[in-house]
Design a protein around this ligand. Structure first.
Ligand code: TA6
Length: 278
């Protein structure tokens, strides 16, 4: 069942529930901010004090960083691009089978986006809500010139406690440490006892999030980069819409095309970044 809902301030979202799972998606940013399988804990973390407000990114869920990931060279432009704060169109939904529903969202260039980024484009997000969560982000170049994008499905995973978390699948992978801007090599699995902000490259296998009582697998397609982020104590106090101690309850594992894995899209061509979470 699909229901159109809004918060008291008219911030609109879609709620979808089938026999496998329940999810909520805001039209601003096509931002999935809840995904819960029947009988299980939330897969996604959402800040208790997140904004649900026009032009402000939701803190948690799956923000879409597009058409650039991280800072822009032009410091007046927003971090992580404009897709997460733009209003998307809800195009259609389809009940593929019992317990599997797809939803399609679209963002097309407009006067505002052309002022920030001078290219004509179509961006589509297809979300499959089933026992597995699948997100397919398709970028199409509608312009006469090629463009280059970097992007991420910036997924915040809900965890029991950050000290219980181990991330597998990135051992022996090179990464860019965004805290020092040095290139490093991952030695073994990842665990957390301080701030981590890294862009892994050459990623070619599933990433596994091991928590106290569950394991979540992340399979990325058309992507060879993944971002791992936890702000730890001090950075949390400087983040918008994050309560003290929030860092204990999430880790971001982001399906990306970032830095060396940025993609050039020729006119009339598309590129689809896919993340499957199961
Ligand atoms: O993906 C990690 C990161 O780029 C961090 O550097 C951190 O700033 C985070 O994203 C959140 O960014 P935001 O703009 O949502 O506050």
């Amino acid at each position: 069942m699909i229901t159109h809902k809004k918060f008291p301030n008219d911030f609109v979202y879609i709620e979808i529930e089938n026999s496998s799972a329940k999810a909520k998606i805001a039209l601003q940013g096509a931002h999935l901010f809840e995904y819960k399988r029947v009988g299980e804990e939330d897969i996604l973390w959402l800040s208790e004090i997140s904004d649900f407000e026009k032009d402000k990114a939701i803190r948690g869920g799956v923000p879409i960083c597009w058409p650039w990931f991280g800072f822009n060279e032009d410091k007046n432009l927003p971090q992580h691009g404009f897709a997460r704060t733009s209003m998307w169109e809800f195009v259609s939904s389809d009940e593929v089978s019992k317990g599997e529903t797809t939803l399609l969202f679209r963002l097309v260039h407009n006067e505002q986006t052309l002022k920030i980024w001078a290219y004509k484009f179509e961006l589509e997000l297809k979300i499959t809500i089933s026992k597995e969560l699948k997100m397919e982000l398709k970028s199409t170049n509608l312009d006469k010139k090629a463009f280059k994008i970097s992007q991420a499905l910036h997924t915040y995973f809900n965890v029991s406690h950050i000290s219980e978390v181990v991330i597998k699948g990135l051992g022996k992978k090179p990464y860019l440490d965004a805290l020092t801007w040095q290139k490093e090599m991952q030695d073994g699995d990842i665990s957390f006892d301080s701030e981590v902000d890294r862009v892994y490259q050459e990623v070619d296998t599933n990433i596994v999030l091991v928590d106290k009582n569950r394991e979540i697998k992340i399979k990325n397609t058309n992507s060879s980069s993944a971002v791992i982020w936890n702000p730890w104590i001090e950075k949390t106090s400087r983040m918008s819409a994050m309560k003290e101690g929030a860092y204990e309850h999430f880790v971001c594992i982001e399906s990306a095309n970032a830095f060396d894995d940025s993609r050039v899209i020729e006119p009339k061509k598309s590129h689809t970044l896919i993340a499957q979470i199961f």
